[in-house]
Design a binder for this molecule. Structure first.
Ligand SMILES: *Cc1c(COP(=O)(O)O)cnc(C)c1O
Length: 370
């Protein structure tokens, strides 16, 4: 197996893999499983500093984004789509698909969303039911200041849907303090469980909007209200992927037990960026650096494909290119969750240094992770 240093999926700890292989009961009929499911959701909410209810849905990260939009949007609703990255813009497709009018607020993809500029925009533009915001836009590694954006939108009476699939736990998320209405997460990023689950955390305000809709939600699988009172009724809308949830639970317990988790993400990310910059490699972004993924411009003299191939073939390390407008332009190193250690990043930097030398790329100095 190769070392998987991509920005999700990550490598998975042994105790998570073991948890997923345990014998299971029947999640439809075993009342203990309802308790287990709820406790796991509550643990997740606790780690995000919120009293809001979280739900685990069967489906990877994208399902959570679609479910948030499907459940909130009615025909003709104006939705503010904050767009400074590929995932940011992508929300517009879901909004349109469910009958809403997506109003794009597009800013420089190399910079985080500027809160003062957004405020100026909100003074001139209104009538939004909710806004979509991406915390870490993974294709570019762009981290948006949701700690300031969400409270600002709240002051203008706009609900927020935040995609923190690749941000959460590597970068701090405080749902209640920042007033996030719907928060979307996924199992395979910093949580470091395998791909397969999405998690949605829903505020009372958002639940109220979903309950008071005029029209029906045009989906079953992406309808968050089908989980209403599941705990009281001891009834799930569909059979829950119990083994995936065992794994998720262990992965969340791992995060809870690790009191250096956030701090380590911050120092590893800083050291990675410094190592690249000292060697004269340009980071993609001008500001707004995520602590979960480092994105750098492909240096002159080599292509992304050459670098990625050599990393894989010569050093058994899988890094990621990017896609959409960034395809071929940048390379991404994921250092999130279980992957986020000095040891791993030292190995990646040493290998990357050798690969770039082999490809005769001109570096200011060696890439050394200190
Ligand atoms: C990974 C990711 C998702 C979910 O996509 P997957 O298909 O589950 O990989 C959603 N949003 C962001 C920002 C992500 O990085």
């Amino acid at each position: 197996m190769y070392m998987m240093m991509t920005p999700g999926p990550t490598m998975v700890a042994e105790n998570v893999r073991i948890a997923r292989s345990l014998e299971t009961g029947n999640p439809d009929f075993d009342l203990d499983f309802v308790e287990y499911y709820k406790e796991t959701c509550d643990l997740y909410s606790e780690l995000l500093h919120t009293k809001n209810e979280s739900l685990i849905l069967s489906g990877e990260g994208i399902l959570g984004l679609e479910a948030a939009v499907a459940s909130l949007t009615e025909q003709g609703d104006r939705v503010l789509v904050l767009d400074n990255g590929v995932f940011g813009k992508g929300f517009a497709d879901f909004v349109t698909m469910y009958g809403g009018e997506a109003v794009l607020y597009t800013t420089d993809y190399m910079k985080e969303i500027d809160v003062e500029q957004l405020q100026a925009y909100l003074k001139e533009n209104s009538g939004f039911k909710y806004a979509t915001v991406v915390h870490c836009d993974t294709p570019s590694g762009m981290l948006n200041p949701i700690d300031k954006i969400c409270p600002l939108l709240k002051r203008y009476g706009i609900l927020t849907v935040v995609d923190s699939v690749s941000g959460m736990f590597g970068n701090e998320v405080r749902v209640d303090e920042w007033g996030i209405d719907v928060l979307c997460g996924g199992s395979q990023k910093a949580i470091s469980a395998p791909i397969g689950l999405t998690l949605v955390t829903i505020s009372d305000d958002a639940k109220c909007v979903m309950k008071n809709r005029q029209s029906k939600i045009a989906s079953f699988y992406a309808n968050l209200t089908v989980f209403d009172s599941y705990y009281e009724k001891k009834w799930f809308p569909y059979s829950m992927p119990i083994s995936d949830i065992y794994g998720l639970r262990q992965a969340l317990e791992n995060i809870k037990a690790d009191d250096k988790f956030l701090e380590r993400h911050h120092t590893v990310a800083q050291k990675t960026r410094s190592a690249l910059k000292r060697a004269g490699i340009s980071l993609y972004a001008r500001n707004g650096y995520s602590d979960t993924v480092t994105v750098f411009q492909v240096p002159k003299g080599a292509t992304a494909e050459q670098i990625l191939d050599k990393m894989r073939k010569d050093y058994n390390i899988l890094l990621a290119g990017s896609f959409d407008v960034l395809a071929g332009e940048v390379i991404r190193i994921g250092h999130m969750g279980y992957n986020c250690t000095d040891k791993n990043m030292k190995e990646v930097c040493t290998a990357l240094n050798a690969v770039l030398h082999d490809l005769a790329v001109d570096l200011k100095q060696d890439i050394v992770y200190l």
